[in-house]
Design a protein around this ligand. Structure first.
Ligand code: MSP
Length: 646
């Protein structure tokens, strides 16, 4: 079989974060899973580089849009290998071949009268880069960007999307797998129950030049979505490249719910107008929040994949996101949750099973996979074989339908069962009695054989840990080329294979301490870079030590021979003296009665003979002549003196 799997192409106006990483990890995992099933797989990701948002971000940065796009696109490209993500193609919408094909398609759709020129007045959301309908607004705002859209009236080109509405409804209804999970399929069908409007697909060059010019009117550039969606075709050489023939009928797209409408409505109707068959499946996932809060730059809680990998290692990051999120629903990231998964599922359940099994094979079977004695199998053994075989089929079914968390749950059921199998059989007891040698060897064979199958099924999820497992089990190259069909059956371990005990797969992490990064090849350089970035930054702990309070100035006087200093008496609520360097900005009279903010736990210091017990906070402003002005920081007058600032 063939599989063609894609991620969205990411806008180059933001650096990669956990959300982008999740979609791309899912897609990589699925790609590896289909390879494990023996498929001919193509996996594509890339960057979306045209449009208003990018033009504005570049302008704010003082560089050309292309320079800007080159830089951010590169950082996406470089992020993926650190997460063990291995795409077969990385497409950029500024690639000349993509631009050429988008223009060909526009011309083709225009020639068949599916694009027309008209005037339009609509509500435009810059964040979404599209016109919104009244129905989509929540309290007058775009629900995704929390801002009111702008009313814009202009002449533009339109795609006759409405022409394909009935066809699309019919297609979705007769192909239950076209959009999954079901909630998103229902959402699209409900949207389609109202008349579909045509889609505005151009922007006048008077407003935007950073886009692909329309081949039939160079006063306009293409709307960014009409350009971006086509990447899924240009990346495989549409219209006449051999890879297009080879992969298109197997196309599956992975996205989050934010871009459901362009993928579930614009894209299939565009394909229909082009005479290309629709993609096979659209997989829609939910959003990652952080500590139950939306991830956002302004809140400052954006999680960067590079930092996660540095702290927890690539396998833990991949396992965590796949295990923690139910595909289709939102999930919340927290440090506690990832540490808990690493300690309990990885270090404890899997890691311990792996190291104690190999240690016992080392000790009791001279580092080789022993011969099992099939005639001696008991119910416990047969239960384990059944459980492993059941797990492989459940794993296959769940991975195929993007229920990664359920697939992993099945795998962990077997891990739990194997840990119990060890305790029940107690190989250390069997080893004390030579008459039970055959039983001991059978038990050890069972452990080696179950671990072999675990290494196989974990490969798409944790490629590095699975490779380590395979190597320690003496299976390096053998598992590399194996498929679920050829290797996913019980009983294929070869007695006599040499194993290598002594490897730890996952360290346990201390929940309270900041974690030391796992050893990495270029950890030294990375640490230095991080330290450099962190120079001048303080930690939460350091900030937490500072005691800031509201205080009322009850008296103020000049200090003799010090023209910059004033002696203040403040109540917070107890009275104390503070010397402040604000004499050139405030007269004592101006200060009496005012509320100010003070650092209350500063060590006392003597200034011009007066002991100062704290510091008053002020903002320093420099005017256009370079002259400095100090303005005292304050709070609303209703706050009681002595209140802590936190
Ligand atoms: N350029 C368009 C997509 C064009 S595809 C033809 C775009 N880019 S984007 O950079 O905004 O990426 C959106 C995608 O990033 C989401 O659909 C999802 O895959 C991922 N995520 C961004 N934030 C996310 C979360 N907080 N949580 C999960 N995934 C999210 O839209």
């Amino acid at each position: 079989m063939t599989t063609y799997i894609t991620t969205p192409i990411y806008y180059v106006n933001a650096m990669p974060h956990l959300g982008h990483a999740y979609t791309t990890i899912v897609t990589d995992t699925y790609s590896r899973f289909r390879k494990l099933c023996g498929d001919d797989v193509r996996f594509q990701t890339g960057t979306d580089e045209h449009g208003e948002k990018i033009a504005q971000a570049a302008e704010a940065d003082g560089v050309s849009p292309k320079e800007y796009a080159d830089r951010i696109s590169e950082s996406f490209r470089n992020t993926w290998p650190s997460l063990a993500i291995a795409p077969d193609n990385f497409i950029r919408t500024t690639d000349p071949a993509h631009v050429r094909t988008v223009q060909q398609i526009l011309q083709q759709v225009y020639d068949r009268d599916d694009i027309y020129f008209s005037e339009y007045t609509g509500l435009y959301c810059q964040g979404c880069e599209r016109f919104l309908t009244d129905k989509e607004l929540v309290d007058g705002n775009c629900p995704d960007h929390q801002k009111p859209p702008k009313e814009i009236a202009e002449q533009n080109y339109f795609f006759r999307m409405s022409r394909y509405q009935e066809w699309l409804i019919d297609h979705i209804q007769s192909n239950p797998e076209f959009i999954t999970p079901e909630r998103y399929r229902n959402e699209v069908l409900s949207f389609l129950s109202e008349p579909l409007e045509d889609l505005c697909i151009s922007r006048p060059t008077s407003r935007l030049t950073w886009g692909i010019p329309l081949p039939f009117d160079n006063n306009f550039v293409t709307y960014v979505w009409f350009d971006a969606l086509i990447n899924y075709l240009t990346g495989i050489g549409y219209p006449d490249g051999p890879d297009f023939q080879r992969y298109w009928s197997a196309a599956e797209h992975v996205i989050a719910k934010d871009i459901l409408k362009p993928h579930a409505i614009y894209w299939p109707t565009m394909l229909k107008a082009m005479g290309v068959e629709p993609y096979k499946r659209l997989h829609v996932h939910g959003y990652w929040n952080v500590d139950e809060t939306k991830m956002s730059k302004s809140i400052g809680n954006v999680i960067r994949p590079g930092e996660l990998v540095e702290l927890y290692g690539v396998d833990t990051v991949r396992y965590f996101v796949l295990r923690e999120m139910s595909f289709g629903l939102d999930a919340s990231f927290s440090t506690e949750a990832i540490i808990e998964r690493q300690n309990s599922d990885l270090a404890n359940d899997l890691g311990n099973l792996f190291s104690r099994s190999l240690t016992m094979i080392g000790k009791y079977a001279d580092n080789t996979v022993p011969e099992p004695y099939k005639g001696l199998l008991n119910d416990l053994d047969r239960d384990l074989i059944n459980a492993v075989e059941h797990m492989v089929s459940e794993y296959r079914r769940n991975m195929n339908s993007f229920n990664f968390n359920l697939a992993l749950r099945e795998v962990w059921k077997v891990i739990g069962m194997m840990n119990r199998f060890i305790v029940t059989n107690a190989p250390w007891e069997l080893a004390k009695d030579t008459s039970r040698e055959k039983r001991l060897m059978t038990v050890l064979y069972f452990l080696a054989e179950s671990l072999r199958i675990l290494a196989l099924v974990l490969r798409p999820v944790m490629p590095d840990a699975a490779a380590k497992m395979a190597e320690a089990l003496g299976l390096g190259a053998e598992l590399e080329n194996a498929t679920l069909d050829t290797a996913g059956k019980w009983g294929l371990s070869t007695p006599g294979t040499r194993i290598a005990p002594g490897q730890q797969l996952f360290p346990r992490l201390d929940k309270k301490k900041k974690q030391a990064p796992p050893p990495q090849k270029d950890a030294g350089r990375k640490n230095k870079e991080r330290e450099k970035k962190e120079e001048g930054l303080i930690t939460f702990d350091q900030f937490g030590k500072m005691e800031l309070r509201v205080a009322r100035i009850v008296a103020a006087e000049k200090i003799a021979k010090a023209d910059k200093l004033l002696k203040l008496t403040v109540a917070a609520p107890e009275e104390r003296t503070i010397v402040a360097g604000i004499a050139q900005h405030y007269t004592p009279e101006q200060l009496i009665g005012r509320l100010v903010l003070i650092v209350a736990n500063l060590k006392p210091a003597k200034l011009m003979g007066v002991t100062s017990q704290g510091m008053v906070l002020a903002a320093k402003e420099t005017d256009e002549n370079g002259k400095e002005r100090l303005v005292l920081a304050t709070v609303a007058d209703t706050i009681a003196p002595g209140s802590k600032i936190s």
